[in-house]
Design a protein around this ligand. Structure first.
Ligand code: BG6
Length: 498
């Protein structure tokens, strides 16, 4: 049987230690990797096989829960790890890499290859060309490319063309790890395996939708990558818009890669083009500032002291189709927020006639459905129920189904699922070339606007808060509110335009 070789470019980087090796280890433990496999780490650092292993032994275990319990499996896994030191930006190393792969697989021209680009985005357009020169773009090879795929529409198109000149589309896996999350996939099951919500899932019953993906960490050690990329490219153009697509898409005719991905593209193509007013009024851009013991973004390593990179984005988008016309989707992402949460909140319309009040004398809130991606994974429906006893007061209660009631989430995270899908040749949960371009086409005017309006507001928000206060105002215009708003705060020195 052919040996499977996975070659990771960027082997000494953050993604490899935090996500890729832990994911591969969890697949290994569940016997979900091919029986014969080698993993070859590639990077510039001058490790040998032995010293790379030392690095892995030191750096990776903190990202593998309960590793201590099964040291034997871990040691077995490590025997499959190898390292090849080269500069991936230069062509010289590639013929030697090809030789090394042949030597490790015992085959002259191995076909069962998977290249993973966990490198800075600047190398995404270079590595494939060098792989081709060294004859490594073989018919059986696949390549996984991290996001952001491109820097804007033009560069994404150029990158698509470049990849198409080296590989067939079925060999190219543009990864967006949010689609590998069990709970993101569950949106599809929830919507299309249950008949009761579909009749309500449209402009007649839904007032607005919130999509939030915020984190309570800063940029950690990733200043070099993040600076100049910012939240729009890092999170919004890919992860957030994918969540919008899962929520808004029409039911695919079949659950096949093409049917599913066709529907995703249709959502992107229906996004209402952003007007000048949207660009100036309906996008709130923020950057975290120092607060208490937390550093501000401008104090992070690798960041310019006067950087105008966005670490927070909130924006209103519309979908121009029969189902969604007039229903705003408010999306937001931010670093250094009070907590880490990713969720979609579907706000249904109020009842047409209000008969009851709460015990506090207000009107019961409209129903809400929360699709919680992480943490406390599950689904919550908020309903009004009569408070037991005299009178007719109504109280909001929660009907919830959480993953721990289904036995919890499986071991290994989104990356394990996606790497396995790629090994099995299933591209369903990866982004197709037309989807990347359609998404960029929508967001490109934002980048253009910022380029042309260098003084467009960038709001400072103290690390550990829910972001710029302006994002509240944007929602209120439509009678909407964030589920986690920064209520009762006023502008202070820390909440200021930068
Ligand atoms: C990555 C972004 O794609 O997603 C990071 O580059 C972000 O900046 C991360 O922290 C969030 O992913 P998750 O799975 O931890 O929510």
């Amino acid at each position: 049987m052919n040996t499977f070789a996975m070659i990771i470019f960027g082997a000494s980087g953050d993604l490899t230690k935090r996500k890729l090796l832990p994911a591969l280890y969890s697949l290994f433990c569940e016997s979900r990797l091919p029986q014969q496999f080698v993993i070859v780490g590639v990077a510039r650092t001058a490790y040998t096989d032995a010293s790379y292993l030392e690095y892995v032994e030191k750096e990776v275990p903190p990202f593998i829960p309960n590793l201590q319990a099964d040291k034997v499996r871990w040691n077995q896994f490590c025997t499959h790890l190898h390292y090849f030191s080269m500069d991936p930006s230069q062509p010289e190393g590639y013929p030697l890499l090809a030789q090394r792969i042949s030597q490790l697989t015992g085959e002259e021209a191995p076909e069962n290859l998977l290249f993973y680009l966990a490198t800075p985005p600047s190398l995404y357009g270079v590595v494939p060309l060098h792989l081709r020169e060294a004859g490594l773009n073989r018919a059986g090879a696949r390549i996984i490319v991290e996001k952001p795929f491109g820097y804007d529409l033009q560069s994404a198109r150029a990158l698509n063309e470049l990849y198409a000149s080296v590989f067939e589309e079925h060999q190219i896996y543009r990864i967006d790890h949010f689609l590998g999350k069990e709970t993101a996939q569950n949106i599809l099951a929830f919507r299309f395996a249950n008949g009761i919500f579909e009749p309500l899932w449209n402009r007649n019953y839904i007032h607005y939708v919130e999509v939030t993906a915020v984190e309570n960490l800063g940029i950690e050690q990733r200043g070099g990558y993040y600076e100049g990329v910012g939240a729009l490219r890092d999170m919004v153009q890919n992860h957030l818009i994918q969540l919008v697509a899962l929520t808004a898409m029409e039911p695919p005719a079949r659950f096949t890669a093409d049917s599913f991905r066709n529907e995703v593209v249709k959502v992107y193509e229906s996004l209402a083009p952003l007007t000048q007013e949207d660009l100036s009024e309906h996008i709130v851009r923020g950057q975290y500032t120092a607060s208490g013991v937390k550093r501000g973004y401008r104090q992070e390593k690798g960041v310019h002291p006067e950087s105008r990179t966005d670490t927070y984005i909130a924006m209103k988008i519309g979908i121009d189709n029969w189902r969604w016309n007039g229903v705003p989707f408010y999306i937001r992402t931010g670093k250094q927020m009070p907590t880490k949460v990713t969720e979609i909140v579907v706000h249904f319309r109020e009842t047409p006639h209000r008969m009851f009040q709460t015990t506090e004398g207000s009107y019961p809130q409209a129903n809400k459905l929360i699709l919680r991606i992480q943490p406390n994974e599950g689904i919550v429906l908020k309903l009004g129920m009569k408070v037991p006893g005299p009178g007719f007061n109504v109280k909001e209660v929660m009907m919830d189904v959480t993953y721990d009631k289904l036995g919890g989430l499986p071991a290994g995270d989104a990356y394990a699922r996606l790497i396995e899908d790629c090994i099995l040749g299933d591209p369903t949960l990866f982004t197709r070339s037309d989807a990347v371009e359609a998404s960029w086409k929508f967001f490109d005017p934002v980048l253009q606007y910022w380029k042309e309006h260098v003084d467009a507001p960038l709001y400072g928000y103290p690390a550990g808060t829910w972001g710029p206060l302006e994002s509240e105002a944007m929602m209120r215009e439509h009678g909407a509110d964030w589920t986690n708003p920064c209520k009762n705060l006023t502008h202070t020195d820390q909440y200021c335009e930068l």
